[in-house]
Design a protein. Structure first.
Length: 269
């Protein structure tokens, strides 16, 4: 699946390792940076969505999305990746497709992303068909490109949080699945944000620390997601060569050019 992510806020908090691992499948462990697991809330607008080999799906070309994520490793292979606790999307058809084909915990939500200036946005989400209110509301802004964050480098917190090239999830039988993700390195900026409401962590039983989040902004990036496969079957087939999911996005820059022009924020609903 090809897609483009626009006007992202990355808001991250350090978390106790045991708290995160209590919510993970047994085959995964929390990946850590400076002794902490990390929890991320990421609002953005998705567009140019297309399934490989299929024509564009009407009504699924663009919509806001919001995800709650953490960073993990496969206990058997050490492969690093992303694990999503929840993903909210403002398009019901997209939610159904993602749940069916990728087995990801998507939820339908009333959402909107409004652009206030070139790099300033307001984001609102309210999950629908939920037994408990799950809302998120924030205003955020990118501070512009800087040499410091022009390219994430191994060993930095930015590289740890964003340069992930596979995701893990579970199928209806509880089996661990992995989907490879390809993209060039994230063009990050420092960011400011006022998060007025955030129910995402509490919904899965986590409490955010009483400290300001680490914030980054990214304008847009093309992302390619492969079909999810059973991890056990992949390990048996590939043996020790399962490091395919550790594909370095810098190598992808030589393979995939992203000619997409800047797209303004979406007023969607």
């Amino acid at each position: 699946m090809a897609q483009r992510w626009n006007d992202l806020l990355f808001a991250h908090w350090p978390m106790r390792i045991a708290e995160i691992e209590a919510l993970l499948p047994e085959d995964l462990e929390a990946d850590t940076f400076q002794g902490s697991a990390w929890l991320g809330v990421v609002p953005f607008a998705m567009d140019r969505v297309r399934l490989n080999g299929l024509p564009p799906i009407p009504g699924v070309r663009q919509f806001p999305e919001l995800n709650l994520r953490t960073y993990v490793r496969d206990r058997r292979t050490g492969t690093p990746g992303v694990y999503f606790f929840s993903l909210d999307a403002g398009n019901l058809l997209a939610v159904m497709v993602a749940r069916s084909f990728f087995h990801l915990p998507y939820y339908w939500a009333q959402m909107g992303l409004k652009q206030r200036s070139e790099r300033e946005f307001e984001f609102y989400s309210r999950r629908l068909l939920s037994s408990r209110p799950v809302r998120f509301k924030a205003r955020y802004r990118g501070m512009g490109p800087s040499h410091k964050l022009m390219q994430s480098r191994p060993g930095t917190i930015e590289y740890f949080l964003t340069e992930r090239y596979c995701l893990f999830t579970r199928d209806p039988l509880g089996r661990l699945l992995r989907a490879n993700i390809h993209h060039v390195p994230w063009p990050l900026e420092e960011a400011e944000a006022e998060i007025e409401q955030n129910d995402l962590a509490a919904q899965v039983g986590l409490t955010l620390p009483d400290t300001p989040p680490l914030l980054h902004y990214s304008r847009h990036l093309a992302v390619y997601v492969w079909s999810a496969e059973l991890v056990e079957a992949t390990v048996l087939a590939a043996g020790p060569a399962v490091a395919a999911a550790q594909f370095d996005g810098r190598d992808l820059a030589n393979l995939v050019a992203d000619p997409m022009n800047r797209k303004p924020g979406l007023d969607t609903l």
